[in-house]
Design a protein around this ligand. Structure first.
Ligand SMILES: Nc1ncnc2c1ncn2[C@@H]1O[C@H](COP(=O)(O)OP(=O)(O)OP(=O)(O)O)[C@@H](O)[C@H]1O
Ligand SMILES: [Mg+2]
Length: 244
């Protein structure tokens, strides 16, 4: 008979993201109503919803950039509402990576300088920052444009550099807001393959908000934001959406 101390332990990894009871109003409209979700390390989640449904607002709440009226957001065990503003900025720098629709790179800086920027702001030395950023650019297939000003890059190259920048501090959570919104079909496929491969390659949690069902299809799990509530892909209303 198996003694207790010999029994194999199967410990589920703690969620990186736990959102519960989120209610948020903007411009006199209730955008989020008791929204809830969880996500785990190595998992990708896509949130879809029509334009104006509150997807970007949801990401702002997840990043602690917008304070919801009720509810809580815990990222890697930290209740972000409890962070003081000065601490929140440093915490955000090390915990979250962001990818936006147009990359939002600084056009006059090179791809390498853009990708290294979060590390330099975090106080890393130039050698370490540029070394890590250069490695990431090569891994993501844009090593050749490392010295080019970001302003001359193609949309697909720009998004790859933006992904490198998002990963530079090795954050446990990457948030992407319409990351392929400015790309053609071919570049969309390329960037999706890259983005949704990140949780497998780096063990991070990826949350992508998009109105594009083709993009959402790449995710491990799909949620829809409807009437302020997050529903899973099967249409079930959830105050808690189970992880893997
Ligand atoms: N700071 C603000 N003040 C007032 N209203 C706002 C503010 N920010 C967003 N809104 C409104 O909240 C609604 C939801 O905006 P949000 O950007 O979250 O939508 P979205 O789902 O991301 O849309 P899209 O797909 O077009 O990006 C919109 O109607 C928007 O006009
Ligand atoms: Mg948006």
């Amino acid at each position: 008979m198996l003694r207790l101390e010999e029994a194999p332990l199967t410990v589920a990894p703690a969620p990186t993201l736990t959102v519960s009871g989120l209610t948020c109003e903007l411009g006199g409209r209730t955008l989020l109503r008791n929204a809830a979700m969880t996500a785990h390390p190595g998992e990708s989640v896509a949130v879809t919803g029509p334009s104006g449904s509150g997807k970007s607002t949801l990401l702002s709440c997840l990043a602690g950039l917008h304070r919801p009226r009720t509810g809580s957001v815990r990222v890697c065990g930290t209740d972000i509402a409890a962070l003081r503003p000065a601490k929140a900025a440093a915490w955000r720098l090390n915990t979250l990576g962001f990818v936006y629709q147009f990359g939002e790179l600084l056009p006059e800086l090179s791809a390498l300088e853009n990708a290294a920027l979060p590390l330099l702001i975090a106080g890393k030395g130039r050698r370490e920052a540029y070394g890590r950023a250069g490695r990431l650019l090569r891994e993501l297939g844009v090593g050749k444009v490392a010295d080019s000003p970001a302003g001359v890059l193609s949309g697909g190259e720009r998004q790859r550099v933006a992904v490198a920048r998002a990963l530079s501090t090795r954050p446990p959570v990457v948030l992407a807001d319409e990351p392929t919104g400015a790309l053609d079909e071919h570049a969309t496929d390329d960037v999706c393959a890259l983005l949704f491969g990140l949780p497998v390659q780096y063990g991070c949690t990826l949350v992508v908000v998009t109105h594009n069902p083709v993009v959402a299809f790449y995710a491990d799990r799909q949620l829809t934001l409807r009437d302020g509530t997050l529903h899973d892909a099967t249409g079930t209303t959830g105050t808690a959406v189970a992880g893997p």
